[in-house]
Design a protein around this ligand. Structure first.
Ligand SMILES: [Zn+2]
Length: 302
């Protein structure tokens, strides 16, 4: 599987059932969006025991489509095609919950997410439902990492490095959606907390320059949305792994309240979808101006 990812790609790229990368056909800017949780493919060897419809409640459905016009405005768009329930791209490869495997996992470093049953391999849904009635073998976990987790991370890292090489800095938006209300296993601390329209996560000011978070925050507020920063979602592995603001690698997570664009039960788009998509396209065009102005300013400053 590793060999299917090009060493340095500047072309659109698809690994069937794993990922899809769309690059702008012209006027590229150093802005990359990634949607790790909107995939809906369930690999045959998943072996879950929960009802499929309940597992699907955990997907960030349609987020790829909400940002789907981004490449027309110069940004690259990477999306996962498989369900995050199979393996979660927004976790480190060693974030293995000891209770999900049938033997000690070599080099496991379970994070607090694993302790909530939502590590690299989710064991519990947000409402506490169990995903499996079995434990996974170490070989199974390693195969999921090699075939799904590693190619995505490798391609994301390559693209960020490529844009950084070309422009001197790169801005990365990690795109998600969240339930409108917290569940038992959510990080909110209690059940039933109503979420704002958007939550921006920059790991409390450490994964991107503060100006980026502020720009996105203000742009969304001007559109009439309620926006919080870092609570309850401060960002996770994808905004942590490749960010280094001091060296010009900026990553920001955006969580959208699902009820703005879909029926949270059926996961079907609702009447709000088109308006939200228009506003997110506008956010991308405004970000494109933000990014361009900073690249130009930095070139002049040298
Ligand atoms: Zn997500």
């Amino acid at each position: 599987m590793l060999s299917t990812v090009p060493i340095s790609s500047n072309k659109n790229h698809v690994i069937p059932r794993v990922l899809r990368l769309e690059l702008p056909s012209q006027n590229a800017i150093p802005l990359l969006l990634d949607s790790p949780h909107s995939g809906t493919y369930y690999p045959e060897d998943f072996g879950y025991s929960l009802e499929l419809a309940k597992l699907q409640q955990n997907e960030d459905n349609h987020v790829n489509e909400l940002y789907g016009l981004a490449p027309q405005y110069g940004a690259a768009l990477l999306e996962a095609l498989f369900s995050r329930n199979y393996i979660d791209l927004n976790r480190a490869a060693d974030d293995v919950d000891p209770e999900v495997v049938d033997a000690p996992y070599p080099g496991a470093r379970p994070s607090p997410n694993s302790k909530l049953g939502r590590g690299l391999l989710w064991r519990l849904m947000s409402n506490g439902d169990a995903v499996y009635n079995r434990r996974l073998s170490v070989a199974e976990v390693k195969a999921r990492i090699e075939s799904y987790h590693r190619p995505y991370h490798q391609l994301l890292a390559q693209q960020l490095r490529r844009l950084h090489r070309e422009f001197g800095q790169v801005w990365h938006i990690n795109c998600h959606s969240m339930s409108s209300v917290s569940g038992a296993q959510s990080p909110d601390g209690k059940v039933g907390v109503e979420r704002p329209d958007f939550v921006l996560g920059d790991h409390f000011g450490t994964s991107c320059e503060p100006a980026m978070t502020q720009f996105v925050h203000e742009t969304l507020e001007k559109m009439g949305y309620t926006v919080d920063d870092n609570v309850p979602y401060k960002g996770a592995e994808l905004t942590l792994a490749y960010s280094k603001p001091a060296l010009g690698f900026h990553s920001l997570q955006i969580e959208i309240n699902s009820k703005l664009y879909m029926n949270e039960e059926t996961r079907e788009k609702n009447a709000g979808f088109d308006k939200l998509r228009g506003n997110l396209t506008s956010l991308v065009t405004q970000l494109s101006r933000f990014v361009t102005s900073r690249v130009v300013k930095d070139v002049h400053a040298v």
